[in-house]
Design a binder for this molecule. Structure first.
Ligand code: CO
Length: 134
């Protein structure tokens, strides 16, 4: 079921500083910031040869990552995203194994216009897992 690692998401307190760090210190290719009001985040993508790093910063007071940043003021790893070929089949299989899907349990259109779902960290070794249909 599980495919490639699509991205690792890191919540950062300062998107410009974090972008600079990846660009200047690590020499990575870094995107411009993209505001996603419907997801309550501003994102910057760092392109790696085999994956991506998603730098996330809260957008608006209702941002779903605001609490995470308050609890981790220096920033921190927020989630890992694995690719799946068919998210409905993946969701069914996860339900069968008693895994909890966050929200109403159904895939949603994610930040990259692709169907995604998030799995409860308590079911996955303390890590928030995103599955994205590619
Ligand atoms: Co993500």
């Amino acid at each position: 079921m599980i495919g490639k690692l699509n991205h690792v998401a890191i919540v950062v307190p300062d998107l410009t500083a974090a972008s600079d760090l990846y660009k200047r210190v690590l020499g990575a290719t870094v995107s411009r910031p993209v505001e996603l009001p419907e997801h309550g985040v501003t994102t910057v993508f760092v392109e790696l040869p085999n994956s991506k790093i998603e730098l996330l910063h809260p957008l608006g007071a209702e941002s779903p990552i605001m609490k995470f940043l308050q609890n981790n003021p220096a920033g921190g790893i927020h989630h890992l995203c694995y690719e799946v070929a068919d998210i409905k089949t993946a969701a069914e299989q996860l339900h069968k194994h008693g895994m909890r899907i966050l929200g109403d349990g159904k895939p949603k259109i994610g930040a990259h216009d692709k169907p995604v779902l998030f799995l409860h960290p308590k079911d996955f070794c303390g890590a928030l897992i995103e599955l994205e249909q590619i």
